[in-house]
Design a protein around this ligand. Structure first.
Ligand code: NDP
Length: 337
């Protein structure tokens, strides 16, 4: 079979493409330019013509995916802007929402072979970290981010603009799906990965151009650019990019995933936990961070329930030390560490 992966040049998407090719599928990736397509073709050279790309320059445009969905058996939709540079919230919200509902509409109309659509939403569509510790699950929605953006508009914090875009895009997807599902040939699965780290395979020419989650990881963990107070008091939940890719494959293949929203996470962290892991792997040359930290006393602001992931996907997650080791290796290979 052939799987369409949107935003195929992205950090997560390249691992999704690789995981699918390794399972014997053919993959059609959408990219924004010929240059990115050619780079991917080089990365996946060994798979021959099982990898192909098509250009979708603007995912927000009506009918953007009409051609791309033809003749594919399933779709993984990962394309969505993940950036802290938006001034207007709509710079993120419009492509996130219209890209998603547009893809679903194209799949309905032109995806005659499509059996399943997997959407890459986010843990941020479920909750923003708040001061009161709590455990959230797939019935929760990030109302905080949506409210902040409605109230403050362009003055909202960059991360809340992004979180609102993911929340609104996923909500629009479920509304669309509920309205159409009795007439569809396919079903939908939504994955909600938390903060993603791990090595990268997509082309990155300089450290400033890493994707958003690795940029934050680089700044905080490898360069020590966070206050000691925040290092021990803030954090979210992490997951390895290769485990996220595996989740996409399983979400495409497992019949029982149909119609589900599924958190994908390895567990909560404080930033100092990631610093400690980097020091275990790399030694004393790494930033020390806050030496007064006691991991056994950490109170995690948002914990995600893993019950559904375990029941439906059953992924064996990598450990933080393995993820850290492979991430640092990737930084070393570029000379950025
Ligand atoms: P990347 O920025 O590496 O990937 C984003 C992808 O979307 C890229 O291929 C990018 O294309 C494409 N894209 C973005 N905006 C547009 C647009 N307006 N039109 C066309 N294509 C666009 O980030 P990630 O791999 O980290 O993110 C992939 C997905 O996973 C996103 O949906 C993100 O929200 C989600 N996610 C990420 C998490 C993380 O911690 N990294 C956590 C949870 C969810 P181009 O390469 O040309 O820029």
């Amino acid at each position: 079979g052939k799987i369409l992966v949107t935003g195929a040049s992205g950090y997560i998407a390249v691992w999704v493409v690789k995981a699918l090719l390794d399972r014997g599928f053919a993959v059609r990736g959408t990219v924004r330019s010929d240059v990115k397509g050619a780079q991917l073709q080089e990365i996946f050279n060994e798979y021959g013509d099982r990898f192909e790309f098509v250009i979708v320059a603007d995912i927000a445009k009506e009918g953007a995916f009409d051609e791309a969905v033809k003749d594919v058996d399933a779709i993984a939709h990962t394309a969505s802007p993940f950036s802290m540079n938006a001034v207007e919230p709509d710079e993120l919200i419009v492509p996130a929402v219209n890209g998603t509902t547009g893809l679903l509409a194209s799949a309905r109309q032109f995806g005659t072979n499509v059996k399943r659509v997997v959407l890459t939403s986010s843990g941020t569509a479920i909750a923003s970290p708040t001061a009161d510790p709590r455990t959230v699950n797939e019935s929760d929605w990030n109302e905080t981010a949506v409210r902040e953006v409605r109230e403050k508009d362009r003055e909202a914090s960059p991360i809340e603009k992004y979180r609102a875009s993911k929340t609104l895009a996923e909500r629009a997807a479920w509304e669309w799906y509920d309205a159409h599902k009795t007439k569809l040939r396919w079903d939908m699965v939504v994955l909600n990965p938390t903060f993603v780290i791990g090595p990268w395979m997509h082309p990155v020419d300089k450290v400033e151009n890493l994707n958003e989650s690795l940029s934050v990881y680089y700044a905080v963990v490898l360069k020590g650019r966070m206050s000691h107070e925040m290092l021990v008091n803030t954090g979210t939940s992490w997951v390895d990019v290769r485990d996220v890719a595996e989740a996409h494959v399983l979400a495409l293949l497992k019949p029982e995933a149909g119609g589900e929203r599924i958190v994908v996470t390895s567990g909560p962290f404080k930033w100092q936990d990631l610093i400690l892991a980097a020091r275990r792997v790399e030694g004393d040359g790494m930033p020390m961070g806050n030496t007064s930290y006691d991991p056994s006393k950490a109170i995690h602001c948002v914990c995600y329930s893993t019950e559904r992931e375990e029941r439906i996907l059953g992924i064996k997650h990598r450990t933080l030390d393995e993820t850290t080791r492979d991430s640092l290796r990737a930084f070393h290979s570029k000379g950025w560490l």
